[in-house]
Every structure is written in C-alpha cells, then in structure tokens.
Design a protein around this ligand. Sequence first.
Ligand code: G6P
Ligand code: BGC
Ligand code: BGC
Length: 924
Amino acid sequence: MDSKGSVELQPGEGAPGCPQEGLPCPPDSSELVRECLNQFQLTERQLRQIQARILGSMELALRGEASPVPAVRMLPAYVGSIPHGTEQGDFLVLELGATGASLRVLWVTLTGMEGCQMEPRSQEFLIPQELMLGPGQQLFDFAARCLSEFLDAFPVGNRRLQLGFSFSFPCHQTGLDRSILISWTKGFRCSGVEGQDVVQLLRDAIKRQGAYSVDVVAVVNDTVGTMMGCGPGSAPCEVGLVVDTGTNACYMEEARHVAVLDEDRGRVCVSIEWGSFGDDGVLGPVLTTFDRILDQESLNPGAQRFEKMIGGLYLGELVRQVLAHLAQHGVLFGGRTSPALLSQGGVLLEHVAEMEDPSTGTARVRAILQGLGLSPGAEDAELVQRVCAAVCTRAARLCAAALAAVLTRLQHGREQQTLQIAVATGGQVFERHPRFLSVLRETVKLLAPECDVSFTPSVDGGGRGVAMVTAVAARVAAHRRMLEETLALFRLNHEQLAQVQAQMREAMAQGLRGEASSLRMLPTYVRATPDGSERGDFLALDLGGTNFRVLLVRVAASGVQITSEIYSIPEHVAQGPGEQLFDLIVDCILNFQQKQGLSGQSLPLGFTFSFPCRQVGLDQGILLNWTKGFSASDCEGQDVVGLLRQAIVRKQAVKLNVVAIVNDTVGTMMSCGYEDPRCEVGLIVGTGTNACYMEELQNVAGVAGDVGLMCINMEWGAFGDDGSLGTLTTCFDELVDQASINPGKQRFEKMISGMYLGEIVRHILLHLTSLGVLFRGQKTQRLQTRDIFKTKFLSEIESDSLALRQVRAILEDLGLPLTSDDALMVLEVCQAVSQRAAQLCGAGVAAVVEKIRENRGLDKLTVSVGVDGTLYKLHPHFSGLVAATVRELAPRCVVTFLQSEDGSGKGAALVTAVACRLAQQAPV
Ligand code: G6P
Ligand code: BGC
Ligand code: BGC
C-alpha cells in the first residue's frame, strides 16, 4: 500500500506506456495488444492488497466509524434467522434492479416440506429506459401495474397476499419492511426516490393501482434473496454473492459486531455493497484508461468503481472500449469500426460470455462480431476472445479478492482458524459466463486457503430466497403477534396496578377488623423495633426459605456477630410426618451446638418460621396452613413452638429456651431495623412472598390496647385467594396453581415468588411451542417436566451482560432445539413474567406504605423496607421494577429498600433479645 493506502503498482505490474494517460503509442501492434491486455492482469500481491483493503473497510464500517468514510457500506438487512424449512404458503416476490432493465414478479408456493418444492411461476417485464431515468413514482406505478397484470392470471379473488420486495440497490434498512434508498446504481437514476422508504413507495403505488390487496411484508437486497434461496439439501448458505448487472455480496455477521445495531445477540445479515469499493480512489493505480472512460460516460461517474470492473452491465462496455481502441489503432478488424462498436452498450454481456467461451469456435465469434456490424479477420476472433478473457478474468479475480475478504471477516467474527462455508451465487454473469465461477473459486482458494468454500447456485435467481425471507418475515410477524398476544396478558398498566393497590388496602382493612379477607393481617406481638440496647448470645432457627439455618447470634455493644450453619430439609421430610420434620430440626440444632461448642447450653432461642401462624403470644404460633411446598402432617392448627418443644423432649436434648417465633418478614424488618430505625416494613420475595409492617395497635382488632404499634404479618401470599385477582390471573397461572400442592391457595404468591415464576415461564414456553412459535413446535420431554425451568434461570437470562449466550446454554441443557429467534422470545417471556411479578409486589408495598402514611396523617412519609429473598436479591431488574412501581403508586412516600445482609435469623434473635430485655425490665 502506498502512503495514500492505494493498491501499489510494482515494476512490470500494470501497463507503463499505451494507453496510459499522456504516454505515446508504441508502433508494434503485438506490443500494443500485450500492453493493452497486461493492464487487466492483477498480481497475487495486488489481489491480496485489495482483499486486505476491503476487509479493513468492512471492519471500519461495522464499528460504525465514519472517518475515513468506509469504502463499503455494510448495511444490516434485518434478516436474523435462516429459514426453518418449515415455511409454507403462497408468497409474491417483486424483483427490481437485479437484472438491469427488467422487473420480475414471482408466485412462490412454499410447501414447508424439505425437498418438496413447487416450481415458482414468474413473469418478466422489460422496464422502458425512460422509466429508469424518470420520476420515481412512475417506476413504482409501473411495478404495481406489472404486479396486477401478473395476478390477473391467478384465481386471487380478494385473498390478502404477502409480498417480498427484492430491491437491488444500496439501502439503509431500519426494519424488515422499511428501507431508505441511499443512491441508485447500475442503469437507474429516478428522481424523488433517494432518501425515501422504497417499501412505502411500493405500498402507495399498489394502493393507487387498487386492484389487489397485497401486503409488502419484507424488502431485501438481491444478495439476501440469493443467500436465502440456497438450493435444497445443501448446507445453509451464509454468504450471498451476486454478479449480475451489478455486483454485491451479503453474509451472516455476529450481531454484536454491528455497531449500529446495538444488539449483542445472534447473527444478522449484512449487505456489504462492495460495488462502491474504490470510490475513494484506492483502486486508482489498477484502473485502466478503459475503466476511466467507462466511468466518465456512466450515469454515476466516480461511484461504484469496483462494480464497474466486475458487473455484467459493464463487462461488455469494457470489452467494447478495448476492441474500439485496438480497432482504432489498426490492430483489429483491419482498423475498421462499426456504430455498435463505437456506441455505449453496443457490446453486451451475452456477447462477451459467448465469445469468451472456449467452446465457442472462432466461427461463432466472428458471427457475433458480424452481428455487431464488424468484419472480423481470421485472427481477430482469437484476439477478441483474449480481450474478453482478460476483462472477465480480471472481474472474476477482483470478485474473488472481495469474497476472500468476506471469508476472512467471518473467520475473525467467529474466532475460527478454519472456516467451512457455503456461498450462494446468483446473477447473469454466473449463469452465462462459462469460466467466471471457476476463476473465482481458484482465486479464492489462493487468497483464503484455510477456508473450505462450497458454491451453490441459487435456484431461480433468488426469487425463492426472497419468498423465504417473506415467509420468514410473515412467520416472524405472525409469531411476534402470537407472542405479543400471549405476553399482553402479563403487561399490567397503571390502572390495573392501582386497582391491585386499592384491593389490597381494602383487604388489609377487612383483615385488621377481623373480617373475612384474603389477607389475614396476623398480629405478631412484636411491638417495637430494636433500640440498640439489646445484649447477649441467642440461638436462632430460620425455616421456610430456600435453606434451613441454625444461627448463633451474639449481640454486643460493638454490634451483632452471627455464626450459622445451613441444613437442607429434604422434600420427603417437608411433606412427611410433622414429628419427623421437627425431629430433624432438633437434630440440626444439636449438630450446630456441638460444632459451636454450645452443647448443654440453653440459650434463648428465636424461631423464624416462615409460614402463616396465628400468634397468641410471642412464643406461641398456631400454624394456619403450610405453603411453599411444605405439607408436613399433624402440624396445621398446632402451636409450632409446642411441636418444637415436643421434639426437644423426644430427643432428650437439653431444654432449649424458645422465646419467640417470628415470621421471616418480621425477622427481616427487625434485622434491618437494627441498622435503620425507619425500617418499619419487612418484605420477602424468595421461595414465597410476604410482607409485614408496623400498624397502629388501635387498628388491630382482637389485640388488647390501642396505644403504640404492633407488627402485622400480612400473609399477602394469600391475597386474591378470594378470587379478587381473577381479572389478572392467566391460564398459565391456573395451570401452575392446579399443579401445586395447595391449589386455590396463595394466588398472589404464585404470581410473584421464586417457587412459581419458572413454572409460569415453562407453561408459556409449552404454549408457544404448541403454537409453533418456539422450538419449531417441538415439545421436548424435558420441557414438559415440572420445575425443570428454574426461577433462577430468569435471573440469569435477564442479566444484561450475557443474555443470549446464557439463554442458549440454559435451553440447550434442557435439550431444546434452539434458534436465535427462540432465544430472544424466551428472554421476552422471562421479562414479561418477572416484570409482572415485580409490579404486583410493588403495588403491594405501595398499599402498605400508603397505609402507614395515612395512619399517621402525614402528607409525606419517609420509610424504609427491609427486604430479603433470593428472587429479589438475585434478579437483575426485580428490585428496580418494585421501587419504580412504588414511586408510581405511592408518590407521597419516600421509600428506601434495605437488602438484609444476615437474613431474618438475626431478626429473630433481636426479637428474642428485645423480649428478654423487656422481661428483665418487667416488674416482678
Ligand atoms: C432469607 C431469610 C429467610 C427467608 C428467606 C426467603 O434467607 O433469612 O428467613 O425465608 O430469605 O428467601 P428464599 O429465597 O430463601 O425463600
Ligand atoms: C447494488 C446492490 C446489488 C448489486 C447486485 C449493486 O449495484 O448496489 O444493492 O446487490 O448491485 O444487484
Ligand atoms: C409464607 C409466609 C412467608 C413467605 C416468605 C409464604 O409462603 O406464607 O409466611 O413469610 O412465604 O417466605
């Protein structure tokens, strides 16, 4: 590369002397011919420089860098998914621009069955020259008229048809059906189109035509149609290469490498628009005088320089230029020319292709030249064939250098040393030119030896490919509609959330008054939050969350020290005889005491028991009903502390001094309240969900006294068990509820908490699979397995950093056949389910803090909420959505959410400490 980065000319490279600008013509004709043809010779070194240069421009454009202006455009084509092969239906395709002055309409029927393909019916319409250079509206009206004329032959009636628009010009696409023309190329230069959305122009023209109802659902570049139309039975093509009147290629790039997309997921098709390579002058030294003349005389001088060395619209012209030059220098046709030889477009691609074809005998070549009004001599035919070969070989080799750049880019993008790739080819130059593909293949092998490339001719010129894209677009649009319809059930608006808040307020009031309510509003006998004067060692138990823990909590002036041990409660114990459960609890305590050297000591014990209990005292709690997968027998209706004490006796363990039983919400509030005295609400969003808060004693029916506060365990998990959430629950919630061990119970919990969100997602995935929207409609055994889709998957899948790869990994572990569309949709399902859960939880908190504010007749309330629970803590967006919903529904409350570090065991110990302090202060 020289200092300007242009492709360098080495000694013997290119053509010093004629017809270089300003150089005199040497007398010897064969020398003239040799030097003329030499100009079209490119060395391997020059080809590698062009390859490197194109690769550099591609990566510059992918990064979205604008200076220097990349020589190639790299335009995302919004085609993210390769056809399933299951696409079916009738689709219309309108092709404009691929094959120069003609427009083609196709009716493609996709059968959805691999290898069973119906021949598309098509019709070609020649585009009058004046329409290619006139007002754009006329061109689009012509296209709409052709479409109607084509459809007149079909029994369409008033069927609504879907059309894919293959528009072979550089466009900025902003969606599968929105594409802004950047600039015309090839023989087109209509006014009023550049900068416009060509889909809208076509829709308007079809509407003006008013004959048929046709939906333009997708617009694609012809290279994309070519890639998508990869012949059946071959490996899916990931590069589409067109050499027709113009030339271009597209390929599947990693979406995360396409800066303009801001998408880090999956692959996306990028139309390279390599025709404009060299418009910045980098090809200067290898351009021949013939290239320069051709460019000057073209409709777009200075633009599409690379295309003008390769495209079928220009090969004939280049050959004509050279033949005219040699004829004018007396080297050909006895120095005689003809109008065809001297006029632009006089020599066409088909002439060149046939003349250059080695199997075409010189007689045929001479006949063709005579057809151009020339009288070729005996040797002329052979020289003309050499000129055609020189021009076309250079074109094929330049095309190969560009393709090799794409292959290298694919290696970079996929971090692969070697690459196996299928390239779909399309266009007249491939179809007509006998040697173009073989020269291309050879040169690619030379420039990209580590790539194993198979070339697959695209069937029927990409029409089927465009139909595939249209089918994919239609399928994606239909799937998106079905996905949106399904997820719309989970999208709660402000009114609905305010309704939940109001209903919860009503249920709270009824519960506090001791009336029938789905909210039990259980007094906890915790009257005060810690005041920091508590001291001593306490044992604490924490049952009801993900883990069962035994803790030693040392409360000192310097703070609280916690030592704890996690024990697991097997499902068969949680759902077995109650005695067995409590025996296990005592075994754990004994094990813990032994490990901590506490054996034989009887420390005051606080028991966090995270299930609905009607407390009749601080150390007496009657279990109302199990939740969260627990169902141990002979416990409901029993005093849980009594059950524990009986187990202690059964185990002849030292007499443990059970001082308090608290709910995990209370423990969490107390634990956070120790740090922040404004913490008057406890919230759990873990396996289950619930909240407690400090209520005015006067509002609590059934508890003596009306001064001061008492902590109320709301047991909001049961909110809606009276059917009041019926308008919000979905069929998926019903499925989860019916399959649970407590159908009809804990309905609010089953829409929010960790034990259930994964199951809701699984049922939605099954539903979408049965609609064919996901996993190609294949329901795997595993996806039908209960609890196989863990709620923690939602937190992992929705994490901003690794989403798609994470989704893939998780779903592949579940043995699900996955496309990137699937992964994106699974992500959206998770987002919808967790967002609803967080919003419902936020509506609940808003109800509680507004209650406290109104209790205190405050215009503004500042309060803290102590929170714990795996879902709240681990989900990347849950806590933020809860806080946002509270701000929206309780704007007069300033709410701080404090994540509890030590869990509610510490809280239980503090409640015990307060109880012990009060007991010591109590007058004997
Ligand atoms: C912490 C608390 C437990 C509570 C649990 C809820 O671990 O210490 O008392 O039950 O959170 O969350 P989880 O996700 O474990 O159900
Ligand atoms: C256009 C491309 C098109 C190519 C092949 C070029 O002139 O800019 O969009 O793909 O021709 O038809
Ligand atoms: C229980 C509550 C508990 C919540 C959070 C619910 O299932 O009924 O008592 O606070 O889970 O663990």
